[in-house]
Design a protein around this ligand. Structure first.
Ligand code: GLU
Length: 289
């Protein structure tokens, strides 16, 4: 059975770009009678804003985006990530890297790999865990952006799965949780397109099923940059919920009418057609006005 999810980091209030992501994954799930979950990705306390998680959940409810089951908080699931890391390390897929930021900079944009990390020793200092990557193409077909191909050895090299400060990295946690929650379909913003080959590799190394992926265009502000919670993009508010939902539907290329959020969402669910979502990485917000 289809299971989708919206997985916001609680770094600030929802803005129109993140509401559009939530709406896309909601509609894709509901259109086939599937489940839709919400997971709060609160693994990075320094980036989080007090009250943001509760605020995001309230905003979803106010816009009629009602999820199934209990909200999952990543901060309460650390043993699952510990376990996955231990398996990767035991199977020889992950290695300790004590290279400092300055040492890494000297190697340019690609991590030099396990051997260079080893030759610098791990000593008693802090170290990160990284996943080895093959020097080969990882291909997948995105439901919106079509065929994709990445060679991780040439695009960053071995990547962090646990940081030097001890925090689990997004890539590891998201893969563990998507599998644990039975997620079959990931619908999210194009800013995460290049995370997908890393997540596919992790799923392979951990022997987990691979969901289907759909990356929708991110909404960009006047500066051409993705709207971001941390940059204090204007929060969406309940008094403008119809306007917010209509704008998000326009961004997704969908047509629906209704006088209440419930009517609008029911019509949008019935008419949902992912083939109408623009096949481009970003859309200027100003072009939707
Ligand atoms: N937590 C991530 C974010 O807010 C999204 C994770 C995902 O959808 O895979 O950007």
């Amino acid at each position: 059975m289809y299971c989708g999810r919206f997985a916001p980091s609680p770094t600030g209030a929802l803005h129109i770009g993140s509401l559009t992501c939530a709406l896309a994954s909601f509609l894709d799930a509901r259109a086939v009678g599937g489940r839709w979950l919400v997971r709060i990705e609160d693994l990075d306390p320094p980036r989080e804003k007090p009250g943001a998680a509760a605020d995001i959940l309230r905003t979803l409810e106010q816009h009629g985006l009602l999820w199934d089951g209990e909200v999952v908080y990543q901060s309460r699931r650390l043993p699952l990530y510990e376990d996955a890391l231990a398996r990767l390390a035991a199977d020889g897929h992950a290695f300790r890297c004590a290279l400092s930021r300055t040492q890494l900079e000297a190697f340019g944009s690609n991590h030099p790999g396990r051997i260079a990390s080893d030759s610098h020793g791990t000593g008693d200092g802090p170290f990160a865990w990284r996943l080895d990557v093959p020097d080969a193409a990882i291909d997948f077909v995105d439901r919106v952006q079509a065929r994709q191909s990445f060679n991780l050895a040439r695009e960053g090299g071995p990547f962090v799965i646990r940081r030097r400060d001890g925090l689990f990295a997004y890539q590891l946690a998201v893969v563990v949780d998507d599998a644990d929650q039975g997620v079959t379909d990931v619908v999210r913003g194009c800013d995460l397109l290049d995370s997908t080959p890393r997540q596919l590799l992790l799923q392979q190394r951990l022997g987990l099923p691979q969901p289907r992926y759909a990356h929708i265009p991110v909404l960009a502000g006047d500066d051409g940059q993705k709207l971001s919670k941390q940059d204090l993009a204007a929060p969406v508010t309940a008094d403008r919920r119809m306007a917010n939902l209509r704008l998000a539907l326009r961004a997704l290329g969908q047509v629906a009418t209704g006088d209440t959020p419930e009517e609008l969402l029911a019509a949008a669910t019935a008419a949902w057609d992912i083939a109408r979502v623009p096949r481009q990485p970003s859309i200027p917000l100003a072009s939707l006005a």
